[in-house]
Write a new protein. Structure first.
Length: 242
């Protein structure tokens, strides 16, 4: 009997070992996936999406202020003339154009037919952009389009070593690329004006460092002209009294 048990016992042990290896292999097989627990399933559902292909909304842009009706009308006049902008020579003002008294002075200006300047162009009373240098001659410039660039610089004179007269642009006293109207206080006249204007339009046309002067012939502005056809590049809306 003991001999028979001794013979059977090794066989039973070997069978148990074989069954255990088979069970471990099944548990660690890469093709066998464990069941997902309820908590894991819930966590998966609640996890934020990482889909980077979803569209994103464009941030709202701030609304641009609308132009006054009379300023829009001025730009229409400029477009009708085919020029790059409008200019007014308003005369001489011996004071500070940033003061309240300047608005009162503007209200005294009128055209030859008696129409007050601010009745025809009321926007001018609200112009905030100002370019100021020495002098008492007053101008206003309106570019043809919103987005046009305007700059005003000092205009300097000197004599070269060989005695030749020289002129050149100096410091910039005003620059803008918004196309807004600008008032200029400077010194003009037929001789030695002390400022120059540059205008670059969104339509590709431009002129640089034009010195605004009044003609000794009739007192009216000498306008910049196109190099090829000689057409005026600015419309003259000045309230001349003659």
């Amino acid at each position: 009997m003991r001999k028979r048990l001794a013979a059977v016992l090794p066989a039973l042990v070997a069978g148990a070992l074989i069954a255990g290896c088979a069970g471990e292999s099944a548990a660690t097989s890469p093709t066998s996936q464990p069941e997902q627990t309820q908590s894991e399933a819930t966590a998966t559902q609640d996890a934020p999406s990482t889909d980077t292909t979803s569209s994103t909304e464009t941030p709202a842009q701030p609304a641009q202020p609308e132009e006054s009706a009379d300023l829009a009308s001025v730009r229409e006049e400029i477009a009708s003339d085919g020029t790059m902008g409008a200019v007014w020579y308003l005369g001489m003002y011996h004071g500070d154009i940033t003061s309240g008294d300047f608005s009162s002075w503007l209200s005294t200006l009128s055209y030859q037919d008696g129409t007050p300047l601010l009745t025809k162009y009321p926007f001018m009373a609200d112009v905030t952009a100002k370019a100021i240098t020495e002098g008492s001659d007053i101008y206003c410039i309106v570019p043809a389009h919103a987005g046009d660039s305007v700059s005003v610089c000092q205009w300097l004179y000197s004599t070269t070593d060989d005695g030749q007269w020289s002129e050149k642009a100096g410091d910039t006293i005003y620059a803008s690329d918004t196309g807004e109207p600008v008032l200029i206080q400077a010194s003009s006249g037929e001789f030695n004006p002390n400022f120059a204007v540059s205008l670059h339009g969104t339509d590709g046309r431009s002129f640089d460092n034009h010195v605004l002067v009044t003609s000794g012939m009739d007192g009216k502005l000498v306008l910049p002209t196109d190099e090829h056809g000689g057409q005026a590049l600015l419309s003259d809306f000045s309230p001349y009294a003659y």
